[in-house]
Ligand binder design. Structure first.
Ligand SMILES: [Zn+2]
Ligand SMILES: [Zn+2]
Length: 315
């Protein structure tokens, strides 16, 4: 039994809660997406403010800077000026003989992964093979761009042979944690894909290679970045929620967006006329919106925040 006085105290305490919440600054998880967001695929911009403008504009809590060459000092300066906002991956011309030394040094300097690896070589060629082995030795994940169809005349292909050789590589390098990305990785969610288009549209034929590889290989993760990830997750809504559910522990939010403001200003998919559907849009916002409406809040949170914490160390 509750006395009248206890009742009044309980009611007053409850009424005070909203007031307290208003007086305190919002916690990070109270952002517009309902969950903190980590962008795995943010190509580093030269000025700190330009990086923060994209994160803040798109409601992104933290981002992984994809960098190339000797930039450790610059990254450290960014991390000092914006504590807790950035991790980083490193890449280097893997056709050069000093690639292993350069990437080993980057990891010593704090890089937590290789990426993105985007070169005109075969996925099972010697240049990438030595990077898969080195990533396993150093205990860092490796983010690879797979593309078989040019976006413009003369572009050339990147990490070729995904559909024919990648499963063998997953088997050959079981200690390497692969993060799949780009056109061929995502087009192959459909079983009927044969390199006809960079971004195939329409219904997805169930049982595609990427769906099977994510199911069968614990050392494979999927980076949802760019028009490729967005296209695969939006072309057939009847497919999307099941796919996100099946691979809820293996998928990672990424943007690969080059818009300046995190709101779709300027160009979002630079140098890629084939991705015209993203013109005037922020890829991060488009994909976050798509994921949010396609799955439960719990799975959404795993994909945009929790999963990446299993791959790398985040302050
Ligand atoms: Zn890429
Ligand atoms: Zn953007």
């Amino acid at each position: 039994m509750i006395t009248r006085r206890e009742f009044i105290e309980t009611v007053s305490a409850a009424a005070a809660v909203p007031l307290l919440r208003l007086q305190n600054p919002p916690a990070p998880q109270d952002n517009e997406w309902g969950s903190p967001v980590f962008d795995l695929h943010h190509h580093m911009r030269s000025a700190l403010a330009a990086n923060l403008a994209h994160l803040d504009g798109a409601g992104i809590t933290k981002a992984n800077l994809l960098t190339r060459g000797a930039v450790a000092d610059q990254v450290k300066a960014f991390q000092a000026a914006a504590p807790g906002r950035f991790t980083w991956f490193s890449t280097y011309d893997i056709t050069k003989p000093d690639a292993e030394a350069a990437l080993t040094q980057a990891v010593k300097d704090g890089a937590q992964g290789f990426g993105e690896l985007k070169f005109h070589v075969a996925a099972d060629g010697p240049e990438l093979r030595r990077m898969y082995a080195l990533a396993a030795d150093l205990g860092v994940p490796i983010l690879v761009h797979f593309q078989e169809v040019d976006h413009f005349e003369g572009e050339g292909k990147w990490s070729t042979g995904y559909a024919t050789s990648f499963e063998g590589l997953l088997k050959a390098y079981p200690k390497t944690r692969f993060i799949g990305h780009a056109d061929a990785f995502w087009a192959n969610v459909s079983a009927d894909y044969h390199n006809e288009a960079a971004y195939p549209s329409g219904p997805i034929a169930r049982g595609g290679l990427t769906d099977k590889l994510l199911r069968d290989y614990p050392n494979l993760y999927g980076d949802l970045a760019a028009n490729s990830g967005n296209n695969a997750m939006s072309r057939d809504p009847s497919f999307t929620s099941g796919f996100l559910e099946r691979h809820q522990d293996k998928l990672l939010m990424g943007s690969d967006c080059s818009c300046p403001d995190g709101r779709g200003g300027g160009v979002s998919q630079a140098g890629n006329p084939a991705a015209a559907r993203m013109a005037g849009k922020c890829v991060a916002r488009e994909t976050l919106t798509l994921l949010k409406k396609s799955t439960s809040p719990a799975v959404f949170r795993k994909i945009v925040w929790d999963n990446v914490h299993k791959l790398i160390k985040i302050d």
